[in-house]
Design a binder for this molecule. Structure first.
Ligand code: SIN
Ligand code: FE2
Length: 203
């Protein structure tokens, strides 16, 4: 397995998972999910998303980018919940807070193709990912698209860290197992990814 990948199963207790889902659902009322699109083709993404924090990752026909406002409401993204800032402080081994939390909402037939997270300039900060709700079949490869891959199931409460070499590794979600959990309404899955986007100013 590629260096720097960490898997923290059941990091969040069932009660903490429930509290996080309740908080996210309440945030979605004013900071809604929307459906982005693929750069160039404009093909709709399989996963709806939104963001929390000073910056949010946006994908549309013009490309991938980070921006401070929601593309549909025009409002600033809602701040990142404390439980997630605490998670980052505990596991990231990075001395600055995350700037973006991408909220990906998977439905029964959602998937996420193999990709690298490459739109951030803070290259030494990890990506910290939280799974909530139904289980997912997660695929992790290496630094090349053709590198061998391995698959694992991610369950509710699990935390995955893409640090070190694995920060630039291909990864994706082949499928979810709908109804393997009732935590997320509709039997879906929420994945939260915390990221540092810009390198902090040198002191
Ligand atoms: C991602 O790569 O952005 C999400 C991974 C996941 O849903 O587990
Ligand atoms: Fe990713």
């Amino acid at each position: 397995m590629v260096e720097g990948f960490r898997f923290l199963p059941e990091y969040f207790s069932p009660a903490a998972q429930r509290a996080l889902v309740v908080e996210i659902l309440s945030i979605l009322e004013t900071n809604p999910l929307y459906r982005g699109a693929m750069p160039r083709t404009g093909k709709p993404l399989s996963v709806r998303n939104t963001n929390l924090g000073p910056l949010g990752w946006v994908s549309d026909i013009k490309g991938y980018r980070y921006q401070p406002t929601h593309p549909e409401t025009g409002a600033a993204w809602t701040p990142i919940p404390k439980a997630l800032l605490d998670l980052w402080a505990a596991v990231s081994d990075y001395p600055h807070p995350p700037q973006a939390c991408l909220v990906n909402w998977y439905e029964a037939d959602s998937r996420l193709g193999l990709h690298i997270d490459a739109d951030e300039t803070a290259k030494d900060a990890p990506v910290v990912s939280v799974s909530l709700g139904s289980r997912a079949l997660f695929r992790l490869g290496g630094l090349e698209r053709s590198s061998p891959t391995s698959s694992m199931r991610l369950a509710s409460g699990d935390v995955v860290i893409l640090g070190g070499q694995s920060r630039r590794a291909y990864h994706g979600v082949d499928r979810i197992y709908p109804d393997s959990s009732t935590l997320v309404p509709g039997g879906g899955r929420i994945n939260l990814t915390l990221r540092r986007v810009t390198a902090p100013n040198p002191v």
